[in-house]
Design a protein around this ligand. Structure first.
Ligand code: FE2
Length: 343
């Protein structure tokens, strides 16, 4: 049965459509999917850029209510047209200084979403949740869908929080009260076989150990040199793990415990020790299993169609990437800071 949607507040030029992959949380479908109305389906991309400018408040209201909007069936034929559509919102482009993924600039403020190959896991996360200055609005564009797989699953962070609080209240209580610290061992020299093998020299932009220490401390890390040249261990300050979105009062699962606990494993790093409580307690295996189940339940995954654009409120919605896909696949990203500020 199609999902009932309240479309009374939509501008005439668009209609909401439902697809089988959509899910309903708290009576609201997720994500919202918009297509051009019949009378506007042949309009060009410039029309839609002007439409954004005229309807910005309405679109922002929809984004706040739904968390993410999939624009399907719009005439954004090229990355340049996608760039112009994202620019029409008149947000400030986000300058990526703290990210760890590899991105290549395509045009304007448009970058490849992630260059890592099929099979490398990208679990649910808020974009750069642990960089002080993180992007607030993410635009994704499907330039070339994979022949198979390669979805960009989405999840409402507040739903993740609530489900975790039901399943493991003691753990969530500790997260709220204590926060988390994140540990990484940076190798001596880059290690390209690891997804987080950026060397201490490259991380802290020096080959001098004392200067690296100073730079690390200035960036908010505590550091420890490991024996036998095994690298530099960096430990973040205690960071909040649950944040309240000041616009809605909703609690968000705004942390990296899931990602770190399942992916931060290489010859230097131990994933059970990558996210820890301030007293050094590790995340238990059962907790990681519970997080996996909850992420699966909250996950909404749709098959990309060419020219799809998704707008994500990075304060409220997490994204991930399906492990499996048949290349080639080209999903592009454009990151912004809107005018509402962080949570
Ligand atoms: Fe991401």
């Amino acid at each position: 049965m199609p999902i009932e949607q309240d479309v009374s507040s939509l501008p005439d030029e668009v209609r909401s459509v439902s697809i089988k992959e959509q899910k309903v949380f708290d009576g609201i479908p997720f994500p919202l999917i918009l297509s051009p109305s019949e009378a506007f389906k042949d309009n060009d991309s410039q029309f839609w850029n002007d439409w954004v400018k005229r309807n910005l408040q309405v679109i922002e209201g929809l984004l706040l209510k739904y968390g993410a909007i999939l624009f399907r069936g719009f005439p954004f034929e090229t990355p340049t047209e996608f760039d112009a559509f994202a620019n029409a919102y008149d947000y400030n482009a986000f300058v990526d200084i703290g990210g760890v993924g590899v991105r290549v600039n395509v045009v304007g403020n448009v970058y490849t979403a992630n260059e890592s190959p099929p099979g490398s896991m990208i679990p649910f996360h808020h974009e750069m949740a642990h960089v002080k200055d993180y992007p607030l609005i993410l635009f994704f564009y499907c330039d070339l869908p994979a022949k198979e797989g390669g979805d960009t699953p989405l999840a409402l962070s507040n739903v993740i929080y609530r489900k975790m609080a039901e399943r493991d209240p003691a753990f969530v209580n500790r997260l709220e009260k204590e926060g988390l610290q994140y540990v990484r061992v940076a190798p001596d020299g880059n290690n390209s076989t690891s997804a987080f093998g950026r060397s201490w020299q490259a991380t802290f932009r020096t080959t001098d150990k004392q200067e690296a220490e100073r730079n690390a401390k200035a960036s908010g890390y505590d550091v420890e040199w490991l024996e036998d040249g095994r690298g530099l261990k960096t430990i973040t300050k205690v960071l909040p793990a649950i944040r309240v979105d000041k616009r809605t009062g909703k609690k968000m699962w705004f942390n990296s415990v899931f990602t770190f606990s399942i992916t931060r494993q290489d010859s230097r790093n131990d994933k059970t020790n990558a996210a820890i409580f301030p007293n050094g307690d590790h995340i238990r295996d059962e907790t990681t299993e519970t997080m996996k189940q909850v992420m699966d339940e909250a996950r909404v995954s749709f098959t990309w169609q060419r020219k799809d654009v998704v707008i994500i409120d990075n304060r409220a919605v997490q994204h991930s990437r399906s492990d499996f896909f048949v290349p080639p696949r080209r999903i592009l990203a454009s990151l912004y800071k809107d005018h509402q500020g962080p949570i």
